[in-house]
Design a binder for this molecule. Structure first.
Ligand SMILES: [Zn+2]
Length: 211
């Protein structure tokens, strides 16, 4: 929730975005088209499809909180016919001028099928990215009633390219039998998405980007 000094009545809750919006967030649904990413061990579900479903729910939650969102993709296709084209186009969008944060949504997979739960990666050495990733993983573990987890340093295209703080969220493991099922459940996806949005907003409120 965004802090608001005056009482808000029910009828005011669905007013359009404040003009101008307080923040601009780049939201990336990982993979797409020819690049399906990981697949569910039991069901074969494509990571690219789940990423998009969750990312669209994150967009909804951010927009409801008055955040402007630019998505790298809103459909099933990749951003080009080759990996190189896709990365070039995704990279351009990740550099959208005026962005306050970049968030990339992915699903995880691991050989040990007992490993589960969300993870948040920041670009190693990026102090603001680390704060953003910490806020997101805190929000996710709280929403899912999990033990607190640290954000993880990494080196990924989607956290390396943006000039704004960036986080790659691995929502859960497609190799864990129960989590593979949950990650396809719309109510669970919404819980994840709303937690990601709350974490991003908590970071932005603390960072005070001056909008
Ligand atoms: Zn992925």
């Amino acid at each position: 929730m965004l802090g608001c000094a005056r009482p808000v009545t029910v009828s005011e809750k669905r007013e359009p975005l404040p003009t101008p919006p307080r923040w601009l967030v780049i939201l990336d649904a990982g993979h797409g088209g020819f690049d399906a990413g990981a697949s569910g061990t039991a069901t074969g579900v494509k990571e690219s499809e789940l990423n998009l479903q969750v990312a669209l729910l994150v967009r909804e939650a951010l927009e409801d909180a008055g955040v402007q969102v630019v998505m790298t993709r809103t459909g099933p296709e990749a951003l080009g016919s080759t990996k190189r084209e896709d990365m070039a186009r995704r990279g351009q969008l990740l550099l959208t001028e005026g962005a306050d944060a970049a968030v990339s949504i992915h699903m995880n997979k691991f050989s040990d099928r007992k490993v589960r739960g969300p993870m948040a990666y920041y670009q190693a050495g990026a102090a603001e990215g680390e704060k953003l990733a910490a806020a997101v993983i805190d929000s996710l573990t709280e929403a899912l009633s999990l033990k607190p987890r640290h954000a993880n340093p990494g080196n990924n295209f989607v956290t390396r390219i943006p000039v704004c703080p960036a986080v790659l969220v691995e929502c859960g493991f497609l190799s864990h039998p129960e989590e593979e099922r949950l990650l396809q459940d719309e109510a669970y996806q919404r819980t994840l998405a709303e937690a990601v949005a709350r974490g991003v907003i908590a970071y932005l409120e603390g960072a005070d980007t001056g909008r």
